[in-house]
Unconditional design. Structure first.
Ligand SMILES: NC(=O)C1=CN([C@@H]2O[C@H](COP(=O)(O)OP(=O)(O)OC[C@H]3O[C@@H](n4cnc5c(N)ncnc54)[C@H](O)[C@@H]3O)[C@@H](O)[C@H]2O)[C@@H](O)CC1
Ligand SMILES: [K+]
Length: 246
């Protein structure tokens, strides 16, 4: 398999900054909406509800949201999943006070009656049972993660690693705990069943397990010349799709 075109964590941060800079003028909210929407689409593509029994359709999609923008993508994803007929439930243990915007995303989840576990929920693992859970959306950390991981996420990720053989994990942008550039640097590590790279894959995506992880790219929000400026070709999304299987 030829190595994918990837951009480093440093370049990914620069791309983000330029997209939201004065000349282009995207807002974070716009990009996050498209990012979360594309992750929801990847869940639908990978775990379609059509033809499933009532019990299967009722299973939870357990979304774990971290404190930064990767977590924000997870909150948006949960809202779209609800609209798509799924049964999302959100665990958001460390809520960002950085901007009002994150609180608004939580209000929107309440509006859609998506359950959000309390911040200090001790029994969160009760919601993670193969017979009750369709998949886990790992929206804990993305391209700004710097190891080593601090609590409470260290313990959370350890628990996810124990469960991942029985419940598939969908990682948003970067499998949580992986070094963005070097891949899995400590054990145990998350091995996602699905990785949704946003805008362009990061170098760590070259370490996903072939024949195990399905890799999508999402976050369809840049024109060709901008992609070329950063050294990659735009992805061949079809029609109105927000994701492309790589
Ligand atoms: N252009 C794009 O591709 C876009 C990317 N977005 C998302 O934004 C993400 C990047 O967001 P951020 O820059 O906010 O960063 P992250 O969400 O990756 O992480 C930042 C947060 O993690 C904490 N953190 C970092 N290292 C830690 C450690 N070792 N232990 C505990 N906590 C730690 C930081 O204190 C901060 O709160 C991307 O990966 C992607 O998911 C979208 O929301 C918007 C558009
Ligand atoms: K992640």
């Amino acid at each position: 398999m030829s190595a994918l075109k990837v951009v480093s964590s440093k370049l990914a941060a620069e791309i983000d900054k330029e997209l939201m800079g004065p000349q282009i003028g995207f807002t974070l909210q716009q990009l996050m909406e498209l990012a979360g929407f594309s992750v929801a689409q990847a869940v639908c593509r990978q775990f379609p509800l059509s033809g499933k029994t009532e019990t299967e359709r009722g299973k939870h999609v357990f979304v774990i949201a971290g404190p930064g923008n990767n977590g924000g993508d997870g909150l948006v994803c949960a809202r779209h999943l609800k609209l798509f007929g799924y049964n999302p439930i959100v665990y958001y243990p460390k809520r960002s006070e950085r901007t009002e915007f994150y609180k608004q995303l939580v209000h929107q989840l309440n509006f859609f009656k998506v359950p959000i576990l309390s911040q200090d929920e001790e029994n969160w693992l009760e919601y993670l049972k193969p017979e009750k859970t369709l998949c886990i959306v790992d929206a804990i950390f993305g391209f700004s993660f710097k190891p080593p991981m601090r609590e409470p996420f260290k313990s959370i990720v350890e628990e996810l690693c124990k469960l991942q053989d029985r419940i598939p994990i969908v990682s948003v942008d970067v499998p949580t705990g992986w070094d963005v550039d070097k891949g899995p640097i400590s054990q145990p590590s998350i091995n996602p069943a699905v990785l949704v790279s946003l805008t362009v894959p990061k170098p760590c995506s070259n370490h996903i397990r072939e024949n195990f992880t399905t890799h999508y790219v999402g976050g369809r929000f840049i024109p060709r010349d901008f992609a070329n400026k950063y050294g990659f070709e735009p992805f061949g999304y079809e029609s109105t799709d927000q994701i492309l299987k790589l």
